[in-house]
Design a protein around this ligand. Sequence first.
Ligand code: NAP
Length: 327
Amino acid sequence: MKSKVFVTRIIPEEGLNILREMADIKVWQEELPPPREVLLKEVEEVDGLLSLLTDKIDAELMDRAKKLKIVSNYAVGYDNIDLEEATKRGIMVTNTPGVLTETTADLTFALLMATARRIVEGDKFVRAGKWKTWGPMLLLGQDIYGATLGLIGLGRIGYAVAKRAKGFDMKVMYYDQVRNEKAEQELGLEFVTLEKLLKESDFVSIHVPLTPQTRHLINEKTLSLMKKNAILINTARGPIVDEKALYEALVNNRIAGAGLDVMDPEPPSMDNPLLRLDNVVLLPHIGSASVATRTKMAIMAAENLVAGLKGEIPPNLVNKDVLKNRK
Ligand code: NAP
C-alpha cells in the first residue's frame, strides 16, 4: 500500500510530482495555512508530512499522528517544530538548507540598500506628486560603500551576505558561536564579540537561527550599544528581535532605521507601531522567494520525504539522534 502524505500548502509542482510517484498525497489548497483543528485531523492517518514554517508541529500534533515517520519542513529554519518531541517519538525532521542561501542573501542586501537609501520612501514620494525639484537636502540616507557591516551569525547566509558586502568595499565583522578562520582569510572578515559588533557597525544584519538562546538577542540593552546612524536588518526570524525595544530605539532616534523581512508575530497586527515609521522597511517574509529557489526547495523537501518513507536516511536530516529510535 502507498504511503499517505499531507502537504500543508500548494508548493511548486516539481516537488509534488516526486511525491505522487510513491505516495497518496493530499495538498491543502487554500491560501492560508490549514487551521489547527484541520491539521490535527489530517495528520491522523499520514506516514509523512510536508510542513511550512507557518505550521506548528508540536507534541499534541505528534500524539495524534500515530503513523508519522517524517516531517519534511519546506524551509531551512525549523523553529516551528518541537525537535525534542519528534526525536523522542522516532519522527525524522528534515529541512532545505543551501538551495535558498544566495536568494536570501540577495534579499538581505536589497533590504539593506532599500533601508539605507530610503528607496521605499522615495517611491512613495514620487507617486504622491511631492517631487517638485532636485533637492540638496531631499531624502538623505546612509552610505553603504565603505561602511562597516556586522553579521550576527556566519553560517551559509551570513557568509553569502559577506561576499556581497566585499563588492561594496565594506569592512565586515561577525559574531558567531563558532569562529570560522577559513572564511576570515577568504573574505578578510574580523571575528568580534557581540558587544564590539554592535558598537562599531553601521549595519547589523541577523543570520542566526531562532533558538532559546537567540530569542530577543536584540533587545533594549543590545540596541543601546548600537551607533546612532546604525541600521538593523533582520532576514532570520522575527522573535530574535524584541520589537517593542526596536520601536523605542527607532522612535527616539537611538538608531537610524530597520529593514525587516521577518516579524513577531507574522503577519503583524495593523496596530503594530513599526508600521507607522518611515525609517522602517517591511517585507512579508520573502527571503527565499524566487521562482528558481522555491522550485529547488520543493524538490529537496520532496526528496527528503521520499527517502524517509522508504526507510532511508534523508539527505537533510536535522535530528540525527532519531536514528537510534526511528519508527
Ligand atoms: P546556518 O548555516 O545554520 O547559519 C546559522 C549560523 O548561526 C551558524 O554559524 C550557527 O552556528 C550560528 N548560531 C547558531 N546559534 C547561535 C547563537 N546562539 N549565537 C551565535 N551564533 C549562533 O543557517 P542559514 O542557512 O545561514 O540560515 C540562517 C537562518 O536564516 C535560518 O535559521 C532561518 O531562520 C533564516 N532564514 C530566513 C529566510 C527568509 O525567508 N527570511 C530564508 C532562509 C533562512 P552552528 O553552525 O554552530 O550552529
